[in-house]
Design a protein around this ligand. Sequence first.
Ligand SMILES: O=C(O)c1ccc(O)c(O)c1
Ligand SMILES: [Mg+2]
Length: 611
Amino acid sequence: MRKSIATVSVSGTLTEKLAAIAAAGFDGVEIFENDLLACPLPPEAIRARAADLGLSIDLYQPFRDFESVPADLLARNLRRAEHKFRLMERLGADLLLVCSNVSPGAIGGDDLAAEQLRLLAELAAGHGIRIAYEALAWGRHVNEYLHAWRVVRMADHPNLGVCLDSFHILSRGSDPIGIEAIPGEKIFFLQLADAPLLAMDVLQWSRHYRCFPGQGNFDVSGLVGHTLNAGYAGPLSLEVFNDHFRQADTRRTARDGMRSLIALEDTLGDPAAARLGSPPGGAARGFAHPAIPSGFAFAELAGTGSPGGGTSGTGSSGTGSTGGGSLGGVLAALGFARTGTHPTKPVELWEQGGARLLLNATGEAPALVAIGLDSPDPAGAVKHAESLLSPVLPRERAPEEARLDAVAAPDGTEIFFCDGSWLSDFAPEAPVPGKITGIDHVALTQPWHYFDEGELFYRTVLGLSPQGSLELPDPYGLLRSKAMSAPGGAVRMVLNIAQVGAGDIPWQHVALACDDLVAVARRLRTEHPELLLPIPGNYYDDLDARYEVDPELRDLGVLYDRDERGGEFLHLYTVTVGRVFFEIVQRIGGYDGYGAANAPIRLAVQHSGGN
Ligand SMILES: O=C(O)c1ccc(O)c(O)c1
Ligand SMILES: [Mg+2]
């Protein structure tokens, strides 16, 4: 299907927007009036610019507060429309979006609205222009899409149809099945936006929190399915008002919008996937995906060598971090052993149980740089990622080394798709037995303004489903956090926003699973107490008040959480090395969360180191 986007959806000047939209591969644009008014180019030059870029101008918008007005105002509105039609002729646009009147002075009654819209359509016809009437969710009288359709049907003019906008329909909880009752040729345009579920005034919600399909909680793909069933053959057009997008990189946002439409189309191609669409508040929507990862193959940490040698990164902030400790030293203290080295690269394999960590001696401050995922079809996974505009990373490798395909996540983390053959490069010794059984999850910081892009990437490229979104208090602000997981929790990722208040949150972490956290904590407390993040006594006083937990947790610095079903979570944190720290977790009784209630305690200690 043709893909379009409203210029209001991305940052920049009109010419910057057009260039970015074309570069992202869109076929057309909706020109938002403010962008045109502020543009120094005359309409003819904008038309030529769009044509040079291969973009059609699919719609001009919005035309406001036209219908349901007293006679004197109608005359003025028709004059205003006449000016816009002449502008559109110069621009080469033949579809005008008219949104339902929001003015308190608008007069009720469908007869009047229909009669006046009919006059407008007749005037438009003289210019070869058509009118797409859109019910704004906060329209004074017309605020439901089926109401807009009734008015359009009553007006009965070939140059008048409806514009459907997924936000206005789904934000009001209207059932989109009714779209199928509208003849496809009377649906002149389809605008798409998703949004997170928020209990707030619908106008504020629409103007600040819309996002691309797949980034929020609406079943946009289900709505598109109904619209196609009705016979709609026009473009899928993104129309997103979002405070972050307005500040983000123009090209990056346009590309992300394109990714969302490609992923949405994937769900349409597969009726079963389309049916996975969830109602507001329901479970995650599924995207068609060839190869959902089945586990963590490894996490790769850059920066340090072994405990004895190599570079050792130092903690960035004085407290809550090891002074000059190396990642290898921390891993050894956690019970990991170096089981292999790469034949051609300064990379070591460290293992314990099913947990595999690569230490890559790059000489930089320690950081989590890559994640290996076990994939049932690595080549298919990369092709899928490429189809969703993710950059595939070039790899240098010796001919005898295993082929490893990787793509870059929005935060720069390299994501490898693995089939197991990579391990033979390291010729590993048998891993030492230990209490740690595997990687439970990794937590990555997303760049400021690109949180939604991160979610869409993990959802569509990796096939993970969002588990829930949280805002966690931090001493200097609020940390936005979202957990994503593969079925059964085989792969779990936590996305955190990278900026709180004025400062960056630089940390990433790897959480390791174990079956006996108390035993791990006892050993650390005895042998390496300096590695344990100190947890305030006040936390344990509160824990005592809420739950009857073993008093030993306080001595060991182990944190605790319990879910409504009685599932329990025991976890501890190490101090930070460079940008990285480790968490060790034990899930009991089907606990499926991440100890979010305890994260603010950790953040405060990491920031202040107990001051
Ligand atoms: O917020 C608005 O005013 C507005 C304008 C035009 C649209 O198409 C829309 O969905 C909302
Ligand atoms: Mg709209």
